[in-house]
Design a binder for this molecule. Structure first.
Ligand SMILES: *Cc1c(COP(=O)(O)O)cnc(C)c1O
Length: 389
């Protein structure tokens, strides 16, 4: 028998992180003392009080049955309270909040609710690979909006051709941004809302990094007047509470948009394990001091990395949020070659910008997901390699 993959699978670009994993395995098998600054997965464990809440919840037989599709009311209520406390945004937990099996799940599925074959979806480049892939799985066509340094890594909506705008069913935006670490301001969000109203484009804002900030608190898209008329905001417990392995997130905002995604989900999955939702309620009530200490850890690492990279002659903007540093590769090289060089000569792994899309070429991304001693060691090695050139 011949087993053949469907076209939508065959035409996928190789998943960036799988290719990097391969490079990494090869280096480690050759005995390299690799410092991996490539992956956006916190090295710090989930705070104890959340783990303890999970242990208690898992004992409760009520949670052993199928969860409700939209999430426990108490979880959605905890999300609404968190939004009120953090952003002063009012949400109806019944209609304006939906649980997700990690925000990637919701981001990947939402085009199925709003995109018909041939429709356009506006996606940032560089950007999280799930935006264009989810689009293509739904039969949509991604239109890549370049995030350029001279525009502070915000997409220039005025530069999108009129005929594309008219066919744009969905737009993905993501601030604080992965991979560029840029923040968005109120002015930009206002323009997005204006655009969405003009072209009937559903706005999907990915706010996975809203709580990983250093100098200024990022805005929620939902804080901007009119946002709830046009869009939703995806959120994740992964980065905020070091819970990437737990697979839990949520989406908030426009009730009709939420119900569209809900329809897709009721036909595909059966919700989030209720014990995880119980633990997530506790997570959402986490004392600010714990979150501050997580941010302080990243800030210290950021400062070490940035100081070292600056001394080595690199060009970049010190990030105000996220746990990434987006760095220009030296002249005369490209991002993949440069990653290969650092891997071979410094045994330091970072991510080639081109893996996030064509417009990521010319940059690499360093993640602050290693202890500060390792980051110190990494910058020393990188400096040596750069000085030898
Ligand atoms: C990590 C990340 C997510 C989501 O993570 P989940 O663990 O699926 O909640 C979403 N968007 C971006 C840009 C990310 O970097």
């Amino acid at each position: 028998m011949q087993i053949q993959f469907a076209e939508r699978i065959r035409t996928l670009p190789p998943y960036l992180f799988a290719a990097i994993d391969q490079m990494k395995k090869e280096a480690v098998s050759k005995g390299a003392d690799l410092i991996d600054l490539s992956i956006g997965d916190p090295d710090i464990p989930t705070p104890k009080h959340i783990v303890e809440a999970m242990k208690r919840a898992v004992e409760n037989p009520e949670h052993h049955r199928y969860p409700s599709y939209e999430g426990m009311f108490s979880y959605r209520e905890a999300v609404a309270k968190w939004y009120k406390r953090r952003f002063n945004v009012d949400l109806d937990p019944e209609k304006e909040v939906l649980s997700l099996i990690g925000s990637k799940e919701g981001i990947g599925h939402i085009p199925l609710a709003f995109v018909d074959p041939g429709d356009i979806v506006l996606v940032p480049s560089p950007g999280y690979p799930v935006y264009p892939v989810g689009t293509k799985f739904a039969g949509g066509i991604p239109y890549f909006m370049p995030l350029k340094e001279e525009n502070s890594f915000l997409p220039d909506l005025d530069a999108i051709p009129e005929e594309i705008c008219k066919k744009a069913k969905l737009i993905f935006i993501n601030y604080p941004n992965n991979p560029t670490a840029a923040l968005a301001n109120e002015d930009f969000y206002r323009k997005v809302i204006e655009f969405a109203k003009k072209y009937n484009t559903v706005v999907c804002h990915d706010a996975a990094y809203s709580e990983i900030y250093f100098e200024e608190k990022p805005l929620s898209f939902m804080q901007i007047e009119g946002a709830k008329e046009v869009g939703v905001e995806f959120h994740s417990l992964s980065k905020t509470y070091n819970m990437t392995g737990w697979r839990v997130g949520y989406v908030v905002g426009n009730s009709k948009i939420i119900s569209g995604l809900g329809k897709v989900k009721t036909n595909l999955d059966s919700g989030v394990f209720q014990a995880i939702q119980e633990a997530s309620i506790v997570a959402l009530q986490t004392d600010d001091m714990i979150l501050k200490s997580i941010r302080d850890t990243y800030r210290e690492r950021r400062d070490i990395l940035c100081e070292g990279l600056e001394a080595a002659g690199f060009e970049f903007k010190k990030p105000l949020a996220t746990f990434y540093v987006w760095v220009k590769v030296p002249r005369g090289t490209n991002s993949i070659d440069f990653v290969g060089k650092l891997l071979k000569k410094a045994e330091v792994l970072c991510t080639p910008g081109v893996g996030f899309g064509e417009h990521g070429e010319g940059f690499v991304r360093f993640a602050l997901t290693q202890p500060k001693e390792r980051i110190k060691e990494a910058v020393q090695r990188i400096r040596r390699v750069m000085e030898d050139d």
